[in-house]
Design a protein around this ligand. Structure first.
Ligand SMILES: [Ca+2]
Length: 324
């Protein structure tokens, strides 16, 4: 299962194989009937087409602004979403979803085996936290944005300037297994819900103002900040001003009085763990915007400057296709 995901991390976008496949399937579907009608096999949606899936499909591909809704009785083995397309899942199941190019995946029920979000795509997971409604693995890469307000994710990996906002639901059940890994300048805000085992790495920043985290490892260059009150340390943990040093148990209360305890099992010398009193009323970032490229919680000229350095970048293959 893992090898399949890694293989698919290099997007099969617009390869000649996909193009040929698409053309073949479009021809096939046009022979069979209306394109947006539900077929038993595979489907391809383009432009503003919409499809409601209530039976099994092996593969689905979405282009442009098309939309698919997976409802009760529906299942798809492989689902590819490109170009601002939208996947909605309210029930049923999808084994693998690959999202690119500002596409959106909105899940309010059902189950997903693995969801790989790339290139500024957006994933929203809501609904009731239950083992019946879950995502096995969620990988957010390349400025993708994930918002979790409900449901259950077993394992979440955030990389490359992606943002994660957890206000409810659960990320992992078992505190002996890593459930949330933050890498490569990713930004994570936790204001609710539960995270079983957080590993912060590689210049990522995690801001925690609510919810619960059972176990924390702070790897090199990471920054983890707790915004609360009545902080206490136990075990080998010690305060140095607002910094929390060593390993042991950090406890406190959120602003609403809810008590919490986190077990810090590793803290690298280059990592920064802060416990900042909420009573100081220092501003903190509740939610990082997808366009906040500089990670200061504001979208302003500094982000525009970053955007402009990438203006007219084009990764189309072949390159001649870029400026046709
Ligand atoms: Ca900014």
């Amino acid at each position: 299962m893992r090898s399949t995901i890694q293989k698919q991390n290099s997007p099969p976008r617009r390869t000649s194989l996909i193009t040929r496949y698409c053309l073949a399937t479009v021809v096939l579907l046009e022979l069979l009937g209306p394109l947006a009608g539900e077929s038993r096999g595979d489907f391809i949606l383009r432009d503003d087409e919409q499809l409601i899936v209530s039976s099994h499909h092996n593969q689905g591909v979405l282009f442009d602004r098309s939309r698919v809704s997976i409802v009760s009785g529906g299942s798809v083995t492989d689902l590819y979403a490109y170009n601002s397309s939208t996947v909605g899942i309210s029930a049923g199941s999808v084994t693998y979803i690959y999202a690119w190019d500002s596409s959106a995946v909105n899940m309010s029920g059902g189950s997903v085996g693995a969801l790989i979000a790339n290139d500024s795509s957006a994933v929203a997971i809501s609904g009731i936290s239950s083992p019946l409604q879950s995502v096995g693995i969620l990988n957010a890469n390349d400025s993708s944005a994930v918002a979790i307000s409900g449901g259950a994710v077993k394992e979440l990996n955030a990389s490359n300037y992606s943002t994660v906002d957890i206000s409810g639901g659960s990320v992992g059940f078992d505190s002996s297994r890593v459930s949330l890994r933050t890498n490569n300048s990713s930004r994570v805000g936790i204001s609710g819900g539960s995270v079983a085992f957080l590993v912060a790495s590689d210049s990522s920043a995690v801001a925690i103002s609510g919810g619960s985290i059972t176990t924390l490892k702070a790897m090199p260059s990471s920054a983890v900040t707790f915004y609360g009150q009545n902080f206490r340390v136990a075990g080998g943990l010690a305060f140095d001003g607002e910094r929390v040093l060593g390993t042991g148990t950090l406890s406190g209360e959120w602003i609403d009085g809810t008590r919490w305890v986190v077990n810090i099992t590793y803290s690298n010398l280059t990592a920064t763990i802060l416990a900042i009193p909420e009573s100081a009323h220092k501003p903190f970032c509740v939610k990082y915007h997808a366009m906040d490229f500089t990670g200061d919680c504001k979208v302003d000229f500094s982000d525009l400057a970053v955007f402009l350095t990438h203006w007219l970048d084009c990764n189309l293959e072949p390159p001649e296709a870029c400026w046709e």
